[in-house]
Design a protein around this ligand. Structure first.
Ligand SMILES: [Fe+2]
Length: 252
């Protein structure tokens, strides 16, 4: 097995059917850049589309017809699990029903995708079922370097809005992670801006959105979730057996 691995994490694509193809074209550009950086795999970490509409998933499916690498899909709070399954039947790693958790075993770094969405809600929640699934997924392989992906940041970012709509049971998440030293990184999205945090021993990296960026609202009275002119982008997580892991923001 190779001693090198590159993961392109593209998040919060928010593909629409009525934006003149803007979000889909950002996703296409990000995939083209991922190919230039010799990514081994692309993982979309949720909010695949904007309003969980069938016409939006149709645009997404067309955009993802011929990805440059193996490509995996995770849900975010703007998604519908049933529609993801219906529009991407060739994505056979997805379980047939229930939460869309899965693991990716084909690379020298193991990836665990944790579905933390609550249908109809904006926040994330692991619940006992999610914590038990994560514990059992991590227990299968305790020595291989592992990245855990979820949609909602499992730490407080000190943003007035996003702290209310993050992973509400982040402590339970950290309790599971603490038992597994093989977890190198935790990666998520949702905030539409780059941020860094911690869960147990593992650094957490929040990827930007490929479509638009939210400014911070940290003080009372500030407008929450203002759109800013900051650059959208994606994250390249690069690992080697000799050198460990580094994560890079790639602007779009
Ligand atoms: Fe989003």
């Amino acid at each position: 097995m190779s001693g090198q691995f590159r993961l392109a994490q593209i998040s919060d694509t928010h593909v629409r059917a009525d934006d003149g193809g803007a979000a889909a074209s950002q996703l296409r550009r990000a995939m083209a850049q991922a190919k230039e950086y010799s990514a081994d795999v692309i993982l979309l970490t949720g909010d695949l589309v904007n309003d969980a509409r069938e016409d939006e998933y149709a645009v997404l499916a067309e955009t993802l017809t011929d990805p440059p690498t193996p490509l995996y899909l995770m849900p975010g709070n703007h998604d519908d699990r049933g529609l993801i399954r219906r529009f991407f039947p060739q994505h056979t790693y997805m379980p047939r029903d229930g939460a869309l958790h899965f693991t990716i075993e084909a690379f020298p770094v193991r990836m665990i995708a944790l579905d933390d969405i609550v249908p109809g809600e904006t926040h994330g929640l692991l619940r006992r079922s999610g914590a038990e699934w994560l514990e059992s997924a991590l227990s299968v392989e305790r020595t291989k370097p592992t990245i855990v992906a979820l949609h909602h940041p499992p730490f407080l970012t000190h943003d007035l809005l996003f702290d209310k709509i993050g992973l509400l049971d982040a402590e339970e998440f950290a309790t599971v992670v603490a038992r597994h030293r093989q977890v190198l990184r935790i990666i998520c999205g949702h905030h539409h801006r780059v941020a860094f945090g911690q869960a147990a021993h593992a650094p957490v990296i929040v990827a930007p959105s490929s479509s638009w960026t939210y400014g911070l609202a940290m003080n009372d009275g500030q407008q929450i979730a203002p759109r800013t002119a900051e650059q959208p982008g994606w994250m390249l997580h690069a690992w080697t057996a000799a050198g460990g892991i580094a994560s890079h923001f790639i602007g779009l």
